[in-house]
Design a protein around this ligand. Structure first.
Ligand code: NAD
Length: 290
């Protein structure tokens, strides 16, 4: 066999080869169905990380409810999934609307019968909140509402639905929820998501709910959100300059791709991460390591 296989340690047979790891399956062009029979809801699924996560979850066997405040964008992701033979529906949803959360949960259960995975991904950069001395309370609240309040709403509604059968809640925070540097409102909202996640993870565990709650902390990923920050960065005029400026902050030598984060979402959605809850999965090309 030319292809090197990964080693695994098995209690019954000692050290042996197991042709199971993604390396081999990717070489053979196969998917692993790591989330077969699961139903996943992804907010902000019309673009960037949410789009990539929705498509990857569907490829790996999940039925996906793609929601976005931009209903057309959500529909495009749904169509991409259906074209690849996956299962999906799309719904227009503004994540700050509590009543809509209840409707979205009901529609999910009506269509697919259950909810196993929630990805709280929708968010805004808050780049337009300006310099700190001039940020208004309304601007601050707008960022908090979308990036933090809505994650509370989604997490709460998911816990209500999942508490008997269990599930996995994945909250997309940021490296900017660990270190500063992106504007006070964005940093505070993403830091809030980090601790909301740990708090609810502990609550669920201590109450015997089989619900895992984890956060993901991406470094810079080249999506519309990041591209649209350009007008707010002093001294930079082109996208190429912005890319180079941001790339320098990642020791790995490149910016992230949406799929780099989708792979983390898939891992936390799957049973491969069954002993993880309250964790922060940092996927940042080394940004926070230096
Ligand atoms: N791109 C990065 O570098 C990066 C890094 C760290 C964290 N994140 C986080 O990842 C998440 C996704 O970011 P992205 O880069 O894919 O951005 P994006 O702008 O490409 O996509 C965000 C999506 O969320 C939707 N959205 C915005 N407000 C909404 C609302 N109120 N209700 C429902 N949907 C709404 C948008 O319509 C859009 O489709 C965000 O939470 C962001 O903070 C991104």
């Amino acid at each position: 066999m030319d292809i090197p296989l990964p080693w695994v340690l098995s209690i019954d047979s000692g050290l042996r080869y197991l042709p199971y790891e993604t390396g081999l399956n990717q070489l053979q062009g196969k998917t692993m169905n790591r989330v077969d029979n699961k139903v996943a809801l992804v907010t902000g699924g019309g673009s960037g990380l949410g789009e990539a996560s929705s498509i990857m979850l569907a490829k790996e066997g999940a039925s996906v409810v793609v929601t976005d405040v931009d209903g057309d964008a959500a529909r495009r992701t749904e169509e991409a999934i259906l074209q690849q033979g996956g299962q999906a529906i799309s719904l227009e949803q503004n994540v700050v609307d509590e009543k809509r959360w209840k409707e979205v949960m009901d529609l999910t259960i009506d269509k697919f019968g259950q909810l196993d995975v929630l990805v709280n991904n929708a968010g805004v950069s808050g780049a337009n909140t300006g310099i700190f001395e001039e940020t208004t309370l309304d601007q601050w609240r707008m960022v908090m509402q979308i990036n933090l309040d809505a994650v509370f709403l989604g997490t709460q509604k998911a816990v209500q639905v999942m508490k008997d059968k269990g599930g996995s809640i994945i909250n997309i925070s940021s490296i900017m929820g660990i270190v500063g540097g992106a504007g006070a409102a964005y940093n505070a909202s993403k830091g809030g998501v980090r601790l909301l996640t740990k708090s609810v993870a502990a609550y669920c565990g201590l109450n015997g709910y089989k619900i895992r709650v984890n956060s993901i902390h991406p470094g810079y990923i080249w999506t519309p959100m990041v591209r649209n920050v350009l007008p707010y960065v002093e001294d930079l005029e082109t996208e190429e300059q912005l890319k180079a400026f941001l790339t320098e902050k990642h020791p790995i030598g490149r910016l992230g791709e949406p799929d780099d984060i989708a792979k983390g979402v898939l891992f936390l959605a799957s049973d491969d991460s069954c002993f993880m809850t309250g964790s922060e999965l940092v996927i940042d090309g080394g940004y926070t390591a230096v």
